[in-house]
Structure formats: C-alpha cells, structure tokens
Design a protein around this ligand. Structure first.
Ligand code: SAM
Ligand code: SF4
Length: 375
C-alpha cells in the first residue's frame, strides 16, 4: 500500500520567484529546466482496466497541476508574496506523460490541466499533444486565467485540447484588478475570443464569489452574459485552503445566496440537464442561450458522483480537493519503479480516496494553497 501522507511540511523551502519575473511571456522562451531524470520506460500499449475507490466510485478523471506558479495573485487563492517550488521538484514532461499513461491504464479518460497557471509552463502545447496521443484519453481540458490564450489557443486546440474554463470573477475592470492583484480584464476578453475562434467550446467561465466584493451586481452581470452567449457561467463557493483560510471562511457566499441574487434579477431559474458527475449544477435563465452553474463544494458538496483525483505539480496524488490525504507518486517514479509498480501504487491510493470533506467539523486542508492543487 502506498504511503498516504496526511500532512506535508510547510511550504517554506521553495525558491522565491522574484516579482520581476512574473510576466509569463518571459518564461516561455526559456529552456524548461524541469527535472531531467531517468524513469522506467512506459509501454506504448497497455491493457486498460478500471479503478474504483472503497465506496465504489469509479476514478476516471485526473486533474494535473502543471505548475504552482502563476502570473496573477488572486486574493482567495494565494498571498502576494509566494514561495514557489524549484523546477526540479516539479514533474517533468516525461514524468507527467508517464503518470497519465499509468492513469489511462486504470481507466482515466478525462484530463484537466490546471495550476497555478498552466499556460505559463514552457512546452505546454507539446505536453498537450503528448497527452492527447495516449490511448484511452478522450478529453483534455484546461482551467486558465486566459491571459496568454490569445497567443496559445489555436496551437493548444491543434495539439488536442478540447475545452477551456476561464476564470473571471467580475466584469468590472477595477475590481478585476483588485481581486487578481495584477490582472487586466481586457486580456481575459482577448483570451476568451481566442478560445472561441480556436473552437475550444463550449467556453465555461468560472467566478469565485467573495462576500462584499462581487456577491451583488457582479453576479448579476456575469449571469446576464448567458442571455446571448452559449457560455456556461459557473459560480463557485470560495473554499478554505492553505495560508488564506481566515479570509476564505469569513467571506464565503453560499450557493443558495448566489442563486437568490440571480433569481431576484431574472426570476426563477430552470434546471438544465445534469449528469450528476460534473460538480457544477446547471440552470438556465428562461430563454437564455447559455447556462449557469453553481459549484457548492462548501455548503452542499457533491461527493457521490466524484470520480476525480488530482496530481499536484510536485507529483502527489491528491485524493480529495479539500482533504490533506496524498500519495507520493513522483518519488517512486524517480527511484525507478516500473510501470506496473506505478500502476499498483496509483490503484491502491485511489482506493483510499476519502468520501468527502470535513469542513462542517472544522477539518480544513492546510497543507497546500489552491494554486498547488489546481482546483
Ligand atoms: N490559474 C488558473 C485559473 O485561475 O483558472 C487555474 C488554477 S485556479 C487554482 C483553478 C480555479 O480555482 C479557478 O477557477 C479559481 O478561481 C479557483 N479558485 C482558486 N482559489 C479558490 C478558492 N479558495 N475557492 C474556490 N475556488 C478557488
Ligand atoms: Fe493564479 Fe488561478 Fe490562483 Fe488566480 S486562481 S492566483 S489565476 S492560480
């Protein structure tokens, strides 16, 4: 059985990324520098089985954090001064592809690339191409702040990316700058347009709702976008993590409140078709082209249909977003574990996926902030 670590050491030993390196455009032209290590070769073809957790949930969806670094500093995600991990501690492209193959051999079909900001990872297009070529992988999506999409959307789509979720918490340019600390909303609009032009559809917009910040008119304005656009605007309850839990706990706005704000403006929402797997429950403003989604992870969790596990950028299999339980996959991989041994490690770890979070009992996951897990 793999070691499932309940608590990691505090994240204070990584290299500090100086603020003046923050524009990701600079980073992309550099050599990758991710760990160059010899790992056991993965077979080109492998039998595909299915993995389940101890509650019988099939694990078929892997979210991968490509980096913990980001070109923004959203207030609910991370502090402005962040220590990021040095690159050699992060999974290399080869290691990611290997672990995706391991997952695919166990029935993983869906991949979501996230971060930090996945688009700032050097070589991300080739990585997408490599993942898309893995037998069994049917769907690759990305969650992004969209700042670089105007340059990357077409190449990513050509490489095999199918869809993007784009984070935008308000349509107000000043507020957007405040909540992201460094962002400019026009870059997001440019990214959305590029995603649509590249066929990365349907575009989904993610908005984390923060009390006394964007819980009123901003929610209404975001919802209004769906009247004429075939977008899904998803409102996310703010979740407590890592170093910003106090802020997150005192400013959380419940799904019921967000929905009431939307309904006060547009009338009762209609339920849209739901697969009971997606964490976002879909609704529609009557007559609207697009849909609204509510992600109520805090107040009304949706653990029953959860088939997700996550790979942190440093190669830990995180079994539940809001629990600290993780299994280290990168260390055994670097120590020469064979493909079959990695398969057993992943299968065993996934079996121990907890049922759900313990927020109601005051059980918070402090070991990582959101940018290290990826959402
Ligand atoms: N940088 C990318 C982005 O922002 O889309 C991907 C990584 S980000 C961690 C993934 C998603 O998590 C984003 O939609 C972001 O808004 C959301 N998020 C970040 N911190 C959160 C928190 N404390 N509670 C709920 N959602 C959060
Ligand atoms: Fe960066 Fe995304 Fe976190 Fe904002 S939510 S700081 S864009 S990782």
């Amino acid at each position: 059985m793999p070691t499932i670590v309940r608590r990691l050491e505090p994240e204070n030993n990584g290299a500090v990324i100086p603020l003046d390196t923050r524009p990701a455009v600079k980073q992309r032209s550099q050599r990758t520098g991710y760990g160059q290590v010899n790992i056991s070769p993965a077979p080109a073809h492998f039998p595909i089985e299915q993995m389940h957790d101890s509650y019988g949930r099939r694990i078929h969806y892997l979210r991968i954090s490509l980096t913990d670094a980001c070109n923004l500093r959203c207030v609910y995600c991370m502090p402005e001064q962040m220590n990021f991990r040095p690159r050699h501690e992060l999974m290399s492209d080869e290691e990611i592809l290997h672990l995706v193959k391991v997952g695919a051999s166990l029935g993983v079909e869906k991949i979501r690339l996230t971060g930090g900001e996945p688009s700032i990872r050097p070589g991300v297009v080739e990585l997408v191409r490599g993942i898309a070529a893995i037998p069994g992988i049917r769907d690759i999506a990305m969650t992004t702040n969209a700042l670089l999409l105007h340059e990357q959307a077409q190449a990513l789509a050509d490489a095999g990316l199918r869809r993007v979720n784009i984070s935008i918490d308000t349509l107000d340019a000043d507020k957007f700058h405040k909540i992201t600390r460094w962002g400019h909303i026009e870059d997001v609009w440019r990214g959305i347009a590029a995603a649509e032009a590249a066929g990365l559809r349907p575009v989904k917009l993610n908005a984390v709702v923060v009390r006394n910040f964007n819980d009123g008119q901003d929610v209404v304005d975001l919802a209004r976008l769906t009247l004429e656009r075939d977008w899904e605007v998803r409102f996310i309850e703010m979740m407590p993590f890592g170093e910003v839990t106090d802020f997150q706990q005192t400013n959380v706005v419940s799904y019921q409140e967000i929905r009431a704000t939307v309904e006060a403006e547009f009338g009762p929402l209609q339920e849209a078709s739901y697969d009971f797997v997606d964490p976002s429950r879909p609704f529609r403003i009557p007559g609207a082209t697009g849909t609204l989604g509510f992600i109520s992870s805090v107040t009304e969790p949706f653990c029953q249909g959860c088939g997700r596990v996550r790979l942190t950028a440093d190669g830990k299999l995180r079994l539940c977003l809001l629990r600290e339980d993780e299994a280290d996959l990168l260390t055994p991989l670097r120590q020469g574990a064979t493909f079959d041994e990695m398969r057993e490690l992943m299968r065993e770890a996934a079996f121990h996926k907890p049922w759900g979070h313990g927020l109601a009992d005051g059980d918070f996951a402090h070991n990582r902030s959101m940018n290290q897990i990826g959402g």
